[in-house]
Design a protein around this ligand. Structure first.
Ligand code: PBG
Ligand code: ZN
Length: 331
């Protein structure tokens, strides 16, 4: 039927009609808030992150207090990022797997004082002196003179995941992009009785310039080179399917696509191909880009909910986003 019989605008007549025909809905349960906890900070001394307007690094206790506030507003899950004392960083990222590390202590307290689902980022880059996500070794056949070792790094990443599980993490989320890491994590968790600890794999993680504000926030920029030998080439879509497939075979419980907004096509592809719960990471650069535009008056705040909704519409089940506090207030 054509016009004038069919009129699409009938669906948009007023907000009541629009509400009942809306196809995609964002829920509070969909949101995962990434929180930065910094070992060196004293309570009451939260530190503004210069590259992320409105975001802060917290002391352990302040992090837990803020998490409680968000929980009261309806947040269900949180992902914890640790920033260790700079002088503790070493070649192998030891502070990442210390039982008294900043993440491990934070997780224990979050488990005691909240009912949130606690997710931890499993990686080495915030903890290594060189800022890479794995161990490194001199190798001239690389872009910048050293190789980020794959197999040798697995053992350390597994130790990190185990230490997080021991602290009580519900879900460990490896973001390093080494091959075989999901298998390595599943094995060490199971061997130690943590067969119910879930693995949220950063399965499809692109080597993106949109991580820049995060690296500033987490003090995790590589001191030399870049991450292109382990994170994916932004040009590749078919490769995303293989990455996800391998993670499923190795035992991942959740898949992830990261970043979100510049990769909505990949989110849709992974959602169509696989049945695992799909997480996407609306990364720091996406946050800061929109915040900067709002602060300058180029965009209105409505851009925030619209972009989160577009990520959900593309196929995401869960969204890790620094906009979670804002979204909780607007849902
Ligand atoms: C660490 C890690 C990064 C992010 C999450 N975990 C940075 C990176 O890989 O360089 C980025 C998150 C964001 O930009 O919000 N492996
Ligand atoms: Zn890393």
């Amino acid at each position: 039927m054509n016009f004038p019989i069919t009129r699409m605008r009938r669906y948009r007549k007023n907000s009541k009609i629009r509400d009942i025909v809306r196809e995609t809905k964002l829920n509070k349960e969909d949101l995962i808030y990434p929180i930065f906890v910094k070992e060196d900070l004293k309570d009451g001394e939260k530190e503004a992150i210069s590259t992320m307007p409105g975001e802060f690094r917290y002391s352990l206790n302040d992090c837990v207090e803020y998490a409680k506030e968000l929980e009261a507003k309806g947040l269900k899950s949180i992902i914890v990022f640790g920033i260790p004392s700079a002088e503790k960083k070493d070649e192998i990222g030891s502070p990442a797997f210390a039982s008294t590390g900043i993440v491990q202590r934070t997780v224990r307290k979050l488990k005691e004082e909240t009912d949130l689902v606690i997710i931890t980022d499993v990686c080495l880059c915030q903890y290594t002196s060189h800022g890479h996500c794995g161990l490194i070794e001199k190798n001239d056949d690389t872009d910048f003179g050293f190789e980020i070792l794959n197999d040798e790094s697995l053992e350390y990443l597994a130790k990190v995941a185990l230490s997080h599980a021991e602290a009580g993490a519900d879900i460990v989320a490896p973001s390093d992009m080494m091959d075989g890491r999901i298998q390595a994590l599943r094995e060490i968790l199971d061997e130690n009785g943590y067969y119910n600890t879930m693995i949220m794999s950063y399965s499809v993680k692109f080597a993106s310039s949109f991580y820049y504000p995060f690296r500033e926030a987490a003090c995790s920029s590589p001191s030399a080179g870049n991450r292109k030998s382990y994170q994916m080439d932004p040009a590749n879509a078919l490769e995303a399917i293989r990455e996800a497939e391998l993670d499923i075979i190795e035992g991942a419980d959740f898949l992830m696509v990261k970043p979100a907004l510049p990769y909505l096509d990949i989110i849709k592809t992974i959602k169509d191909e696989f049945t695992l719960p799909l997480v996407t990471y609306n990364v720091s650069g996406e946050y800061s880009m929109i915040m900067a535009a709002i602060e300058n008056g180029y965009l209105s705040e409505e851009a925030i909910m619209e972009s989160l909704l577009s990520i959900k519409r593309a196929g995401a089940d869960l969204i890790i986003t620094n906009f979670a506090p804002y979204a909780l207030d607007h849902l």
